[in-house]
Structures are given as structure tokens and as C-alpha cells.
Design a protein around this ligand. Structure first.
Ligand SMILES: *[C@@H]1O[C@H](CO)[C@@H](O)[C@H](O)[C@H]1NC(C)=O
Ligand SMILES: *[C@@H]1O[C@H](CO)[C@@H](O)[C@H](O)[C@H]1NC(C)=O
Ligand SMILES: *[C@@H]1O[C@H](CO)[C@@H](O)[C@H](O)[C@H]1NC(C)=O
Ligand SMILES: *[C@@H]1O[C@H](CO)[C@@H](O)[C@H](O)[C@H]1NC(C)=O
Ligand SMILES: *[C@@H]1O[C@H](CO)[C@@H](O)[C@H](O)[C@H]1NC(C)=O
Ligand SMILES: *[C@@H]1O[C@H](CO)[C@@H](O)[C@H](O)[C@H]1NC(C)=O
Ligand SMILES: *[C@@H]1O[C@H](CO)[C@@H](O)[C@H](O)[C@H]1NC(C)=O
Ligand SMILES: [Cu+2]
Length: 716
């Protein structure tokens, strides 16, 4: 591919490699995913009936629509062709004032269409400027019904799992100090659980939504009330389903937490604020893909069929002759109408399951990055953003590019195929999603909000990034500076080293490993509850010295648990023996990123610390710990290393796992068990315990298939 062999120009700090780079040699064979008869055909009729019933219900509820249904589409941009079709209108004005205690998403009327009522209007992700940042602590309550629908975000129909029949999920917006209540009723066919990605859940570990670690899944027909207070953090987050790979089926949505100091810590002022979700998109349900990914002999992950921005894209239905596809009823490219001359905060979230994204905006090649994973940072100019799954970056964009006459630009979100062993998607699949960015100016007749203003810009960001590192790692150390500065502790109490790998063991099963451990969630008995029960009953196996927990308490081959009795400072060093990068997510914490690089971990001395992290080498040089980047998803480059320092002050069981979903569900994970001295006094609420009363077969609905499916096939 010509585009893949171009070099990234300009930025001296970028280590751009060409596609023939040795370090990314073809160690792994290409295993194209077999294109079998999609499993969902069987359920098609059932879901079609369900979906029509649902849309009927919705129409009744909103009292019909004001105007005729819009039947038009937009063509995706490509380097060689300019779209000619007419786009659908996109609302720019923000919605009515925030309802404080209960929020129910109501679709804007122009966009209601008989077959497309699942679509979320663009305006839902534009933050209403009338927000009260100084409101007293507020309880914000949401009522969510988890349900399966048949829907076609990009034109191709598939079975989805959604919240209230909408995709993507509604924005949760709150101030620091607010309490979030989410009443979840599971009317879907599989079990579910909702995880609040990046939220500390300090004191409410049992609300973290992690099956096998902090809760039993919510079985079909059951309900659960999530309730937690958002404390000590602000910025951009998201929620996603955490049972199996359900996050790929539609169980996702953004969270924005406002701090009272937001305007102070965001060093670039901005006039508008919005969320931009990017994600990979599969035309098959995750259930089948997960089984395929974990089957004997499978050494590669299912590749996405494309990408979405804010849940939307338009594919050419001719490319999918075997699929039910309709790209006319509301399939669209999202549009961001930005007032000319003003500044706009764009909160990018890679809400997808597997793909890294390179995001760029044509004609805007110095994007000031002002937030990393919820942490405000002093602006750093980037030409493009490289966002791993689970990561977030804010950009403050000034609409000052006046050399393009029509002031319309393509925003591109491109799957970084170099982060896959396969380098490429299947032939008909497009690795890029696009959105329209238009400047508006009510005093200039050429810059009216007009759906017909389609960009004609070409991709001009240079070339594509092919080394899958975090953006802070790509820059010289300390280029990114959190605001306000926060010094990492000087001394680590413990330093743990892990080998990170995908390995093929018995029965030709490839699984994710941390040392000799490949994580399997115990869906019937969460680790937190076992730990509390064990500690309460004085079972000595749970009351062991800090470090790897006793094998008598947790089976190390499937549950590697690193336990600490009290608040400690720990270092985690990951040495990646796999050729792919792994974005590792730690629940409930921000990690100080002390270093990261290619090859073997070079030792603490190389970045100015004493062995085992016990203090500074030179007391007058604290550059390693003065103000490191903090984040909740940190990547370990292929055949590289990463070291993070974590203050384990948050009581409970915290999952640490690769956020590339096929790796995470394939076992690349472990648990941190913190503050056991306090945990022994905890009582798990009855509502949590009640979820575990469902039968094993119900709790396992939608979970990753067990290895025994293949290793003891005849027992089942
Ligand atoms: C929608 O699909 C049709 C084929 O059914 C194709 O001709 C058209 O170009 C597609 N639209 C876009 C915007 O790709
Ligand atoms: C969590 O709360 C404890 C008090 O129980 C406090 O010591 C700790 O610093 C808090 N951690 C975070 C991340 O807020
Ligand atoms: C537009 O604004 C950006 C960021 O504020 C600035 O770096 C850039 O120089 C400006 N460009 C023009 C053409 O004024
Ligand atoms: C992981 O294995 C390495 C040896 O390969 C060992 O040095 C290290 O201590 C192990 N880590 C843990 C947490 O057991
Ligand atoms: C302690 O807990 C372990 C793991 O649950 C269990 O196997 C063991 O029997 C318990 N020991 C006692 C004395 O209860
Ligand atoms: C401080 O230590 C870092 C890491 O070892 C090193 O790169 C830097 O040059 C040192 N700075 C000074 C002023 O010595
Ligand atoms: C439900 O889960 C099973 C695996 O347990 C999976 O095969 C199936 O695709 C899932 N269906 C839905 C609609 O989630
Ligand atoms: Cu991974």
C-alpha cells in the first residue's frame, strides 16, 4: 500500500517506521477470518419482530415526528473521489437544560426515522454551555434497559446490545462530588455488567462492574442499581459492558466529569465542548467472534469491518452482498459545526474494542492536546492523535483555518492497521471513518449551517503512524506535563516484574499471559467477595504478606492476585514478549508512567532511580518523578517495556488487563487486591450477593467460552 509506506514527516520526536520495518516483521501468519454463514441469521426473524415492535413503541412515545423522514446519505471521503450525495441535517444547537435527577435521552425530531430510531443525534454529545459547574453535589439518576436490537450503524444490519435501544449510549455528565445512580434492567438475552472506565470507585469497589472481580453478572431478567460518588477526578471517561466482548455490540457511552477548577487547569480557553467517540466496528456479533478468536489454532484476532465516529458511518452496500444492508435510512457521517474564530474542545475517546486509531483533521496540523485520560495537561501540539483502545485525549481546536474557501474539512479516524499482526483489513472493509467539520458564521452567508457543505479537503497529515506507542511515549520524556503538577512518590515499597505475552499452550489454544498466569474470571464468585469472606473468617491464606497472593487463596494459573494490606506504593514493570503493543488498563487508579521503550527494560538507573525504585539516584535530579504523565491505559510496545508507579490506596479488587478485547478476554489480565486490613470489615451489599443467586448457566451467558469447550469437549 502506497499510503502505508509513506513516512511521517516533520515531527522529529516521532519514530516513524515504514511498513517493511524489521521490528514489525511478519512473525505472525495472516489468518483471514473465515466468512461463514453469520450465526445471527437464525435469530434474524425474532429480532426483526422485536425491533419493529420497539420502533413502534418509540413512535407512540414521542408522538410521531414533525417532518418527513429524511432519506439521504453522505459518501465517505477518499483521496481520489469527492462525494456528490446529499447529507442528512445534523442538529448543532444544544439540547434543553439538563434535567438534574433523571435524564432520559429524547431524540431530536428532525432525525427520527422509522428504521433508524436507534441513532443518537449529534447534538446529544455537544455539552450544553448552561451547565452549572458550581451546583451543590447532585444525585444524577439514569434508568437503563439493556436490550437487543437489529440495527445498522454504518448501513449493515446486525444484532446489537444497547442501552434503551439507542446507540451509542447517552452521555453521563456530572460535577466532581456528584453521585451517579444507574438503574440497569437486563432485558437482553445475555448477562451483562457495566464498568465505569477510569472512575476511582473509592470505597465502592463493588460498583466497578467487573464480572468475576467485583460482581456477578446481571443475568437476563434481573436488575441492578449502580450507585457511586465521583470524587477526586474530572475529565473524559466512558462506560462499557464488561461481560465477554459485549462492549463491541453497542454497550458503550461517554462520561464527562467537570471539576470546579476545569477552566483553570485547561490552559487553553474554549467556547464549546463536545465528545467525539471513535471505535472499530464489526458486522458480526461479538459472541461468535469471541469463540472464533479463542478456538484451537486461532493465532490472530478477529479484524473489524470498519470504523465509526459517534456511532455512525456509511458503507457502500454493494461491498456486502451477503448482508442485509441499507445505507439510506439515516446512515450518515457525523458533522461538527464549529463557530468560526472560536475555540472548541473535542474530547476524543477510543471507545472501541481492538483497534488503535489515528485521528487527524485536514488542514489543521497542530492540534493542541490538553487532556490525557482525565488528566489535564499543558498543551502539546500534535499533528495527529494516536489513540489506543480505552484512551482519551482532548484537543482545543481554534477555528482559524481560513485558507480553505468553503471552511469544510474532513475529520479522519483511521484504524492503525500496523497495530494488528495482519497489517490490513479484509478487502472490502474500509479502515477509516470520517466526520465533517464545518466552520459556521451567522454573519457570513457562505458559512451558514448547511447540510450540503461537504468537505473537499485531502488527507494532509503526512503519513500514517506505524509504531503503536502512547503519544506521551512518542515524545521526549516530560514533554507532556500534567496540570496541576503532581509529584510521584520517591520510593516504591515493592517492584513487580511481569512477562507479558500471547502464548500457545495445550490443545493449540492461544491465550494472554502475565508470567505463567492466564486470567479467567470466576463469574459465580467474584474475587472481592471471596477475599472479604476469607479475611472475615480469619482464613490465613488470605492474610499473607504483601505480594503475589497465596496459591491456597487464588489459583495462580488463572487468577494472579497482587495483594497489599495497607496503602503502598508499587512499581509494575511489564516486559512484552509479543510483537504487538498492548494497552493495559488498571481499574480504579491513575498510574504514573515512569518510562517506556523498545527492547529490554534498561534498569531503574537509566531514568535516574535507585534499583527497585527505592528513591532518586541523584537527590538533586527528580526528573523521573517530578510530574510524570498519569493515565489509566498505558501501552507496552511490541517487544518493549513499560514501568508504572501506582499508589494502591483504593480498597478492593482491581482488574488490570489488556484493553484490546480479544487479548483481555483471552486471559491477559490480573487483579490487584488492596488494603486487605480494611477489607475485612467490609460487607458486600445484599443486592450484589443476590446477583450471584442466578444459575451458573445464566451468569455465563455472553461470557468468553471456557477452555473446556475444546479441551474436554465430550464432558459437556
Ligand atoms: C450506499 O450503497 C449503495 C449500494 O446499495 C451505493 O451505490 C452507494 O454509493 C452507497 N452510499 C455511500 C455513501 O457509500
Ligand atoms: C481513597 O480513599 C482513601 C481513604 O479511605 C484515601 O486514603 C485515598 O487516598 C483515596 N484514593 C483516591 C484515589 O482517591
Ligand atoms: C490557529 O490557532 C492555533 C492554535 O491556537 C495556532 O497555533 C495557529 O497558529 C493559528 N493559525 C492561524 C492561521 O492563525
Ligand atoms: C514473573 O516472572 C519473572 C521471571 O520470569 C520473575 O522474576 C518475577 O518475579 C515474576 N513476577 C511475579 C509478580 O511473580
Ligand atoms: C481458606 O480459603 C481457601 C480458598 O477459598 C480454602 O480452600 C480453604 O479451605 C480455606 N481454609 C479454611 C481453614 O477455611
Ligand atoms: C536528570 O536525570 C535524567 C534521567 O537520568 C537525565 O536524563 C537528565 O539529564 C538529568 N538532568 C540533569 C540536570 O542532570
Ligand atoms: C449471547 O451469548 C452467547 C455466548 O454465551 C453468544 O454466542 C451469543 O451470540 C450472544 N447473543 C447475544 C444476542 O448477545
Ligand atoms: Cu493486548
Amino acid at each position: 500500500m502506497a499510503e502505508q509506506s509513506q513516512r511521517l514527516l516533520g515531527d522529529n520526536n516521532d519514530n516513524a517506521y515504514t511498513s517493511d520495518d524489521k521490528e514489525y516483521g511478519d512473525l505472525e501468519e495472516v489468518h483471514p477470518r473465515s466468512r461463514r454463514e453469520p450465526w445471527w441469521r437464525t435469530y434474524l426473524f425474532f429480532f426483526a419482530v422485536l425491533a419493529s415492535l420497539l420502533s413502534l413503541l418509540m413512535l407512540v412515545k414521542i408522538g410521531f415526528f414533525d417532518g418527513p423522514a429524511t432519506k439521504s446519505t453522505q459518501a465517505a471521503p477518499s483521496e481520489e473521489h469527492v462525494p456528490e450525495t446529499t447529507p442528512v441535517p445534523v442538529a448543532v444547537t444544544t439540547t434543553a437544560a439538563e434535567v438534574v435527577t433523571t435524564t432520559t435521552a429524547a431524540a431530536s425530531h428532525e432525525e427520527i426515522e422509522t428504521e433508524a430510531s436507534f441513532r443518537r443525534p449529534e447534538s446529544d454529545y455537544v455539552l450544553d454551555p448552561r451547565w452549572d459547574y458550581n451546583a451543590p453535589p447532585t444525585v444524577r439518576e439514569y434508568n437503563w434497559v439493556v436490550q437487543n436490537i437489529e440495527a445498522n450503524p454504518d448501513g449493515v444490519f446486525r444484532t446489537m446490545t444497547t442501552i434503551n435501544g439507542k446507540f451509542p449510549g447517552e452521555l453521563i455528565r456530572c460535577n466532581e462530588g456528584d453521585t451517579i445512580v444507574v438503574n440497569v434492567e437486563n432485558r437482553a438475552v445475555n448477562a451483562t455488567a457495566l464498568h465505569w472506565h477510569g472512575l476511582f470507585q473509592n470505597g465502592t469497589n463493588h460498583m466497578d462492574g467487573t464480572p468475576g472481580a467485583t460482581q456477578c453478572p446481571i443475568a437476563p431478567g434481573r436488575s441492578f442499581r449502580y450507585e457511586f460518588t465521583v470524587q477526586g477526578q474530572s475529565g473524559t471517561y466512558f462506560y462499557h459492558g464488561h461481560q465477554g466482548a459485549e462492549a463491541l455490540d453497542g454497550m458503550i457511552g461517554p462520561i464527562v466529569i467537570h471539576s470546579r477548577d476545569e477552566k483553570k487547569n485547561q490552559l487553553l480557553p474554549y467556547d464549546t465542548d463536545r465528545v467525539v467517540l471513535v471505535q472499530d466496528w464489526y458486522h458480526d456479533h461479538s459472541g461468535g467472534l469471541l469463540k472464533e478468536a479463542l478456538a484451537p489454532g486461532s493465532e490472530s484476532s478477529p479484524l473489524p469491518n470498519g470504523a465509526l465516529i459517534n456511532g455512525a458511518n456509511v458503507v457502500n452496500c454493494d461491498a456486502y452482498p451477503d448482508r442485509r444492508c441499507d445505507n439510506t435510512t439515516g446512515a450518515r457521517l457525523p458533522a461538527l459545526d464549529l463557530e468560526s474564530g472560536a475555540s472548541h474542545r473535542l474530547r476524543f475517546i477510543n471507545i472501541g474494542g481492538f483497534a488503535w486509531f489515528e485521528v487527524s483533521l485536514d488542514r489543521h496540523l497542530s492540534l493542541p492536546v490538553t487532556e490525557i485520560d482525565g488528566i489535564d495537561v499543558a498543551p502539546v501540539l500534535e499533528k495527529t492523535l494516536l489513540i489506543a483502545p480505552g484512551q482519551r485525549y482532548s484537543v482545543v481546536l481554534t477555528a482559524n483555518e481560513t485558507s480553505t474557501p468553503d471552511r469544510a474539512f474532513w475529520l479522519r479516524a483511521r484504524i492503525t492497521t500496523h497495530c494488528f499482526a495482519e497489517y490490513t483489513l479484509a478487502g472490502q472493509d474500509n479502515p477509516q471513518a470520517a466526520a465533517i467539520v464545518r466552520y459556521t458564521d451567522s454573519t457570513n452567508s457562505r458559512l451558514k449551517i448547511d447540510k450540503n457543505r461537504i468537505p473537499t479537503t485531502n488527507g494532509d497529515s503526512g503519513a500514517y503512524i506505524v509504531v503503536c506507542q502512547d503519544m506521551n511515549t512518542r515524545k521526549a520524556p516530560n514533554t507532556y506535563q500534567p496540570v496541576p503538577a503532581l509529584r510521584a512518590p520517591e520510593h516504591a515499597d515493592h517492584s513487580y516484574f511481569f512477562r507479558l505475552n500471547l502464548e500457545i499452550h495445550g490443545y493449540r489454544l492461544q491465550r494472554g499471559y502475565l508470567n505463567e498466569s492466564s486470567y479467567r474470571p470466576n463469574l459465580l464468585s467474584p474475587a472481592l467477595y471471596r477475599a472479604i469472606d476469607g479475611l472475615k473468617s480469619g482464613n490465613a491464606s488470605f492474610n499473607t504478606p504483601d505480594g503475589v497472593a497465596s496459591a491456597a487463596a487464588f489459583d495462580r494459573s488463572t487468577e494472579l492476585v497482587i495483594a497489599h494490606k495497607e496503602i503502598k506504593v508499587i512499581d509494575l514493570i511489564f516486559q512484552n514478549f509479543d510483537e504487538g503493543s498492548h494497552p493495559l488498563h488498571l481499574h480504579g487508579h491513575q498510574m504514573f508512567v515512569l518510562g517506556s521503550g523498545h527492547g529490554y527494560f534498561p534498569g531503574y538507573e537509566s531514568f535516574g532511580l535507585k534499583p527497585d525504585g527505592r528513591g532518586l539516584l541523584d537527590p538533586h535530579n527528580d526528573s523521573a518523578i517530578a510530574n510524570p504523565v498519569r493515565r489509566d491505559v498505558v501501552s507496552v510496545e511490541g517487544f518493549g517495556w513499560t514501568i508504572v508507579r501506582v499508589v494502591v490506596d483504593n480498597p478492593g479488587v482491581w482488574k488490570f488487563h489488556c484493553h484490546m478485547i480479544w487479548h483481555g478476554d483471552g486471559g491477559m489480565g490480573m487483579l490487584l487486591l488492596s488494603r486487605t486490613d480494611d477489607l475485612k470489615d467490609w460487607t458486600i451489599p445484599e443486592a450484589n450477593r443476590a446477583l450471584c443467586e442466578a444459575s451458573a448457566s445464566e451468569l455465563e451467558l455472553g461470557a468468553a467460552p471456557k477452555d473446556s469447550l475444546w479441551t474436554h469437549a465430550n464432558d459437556r
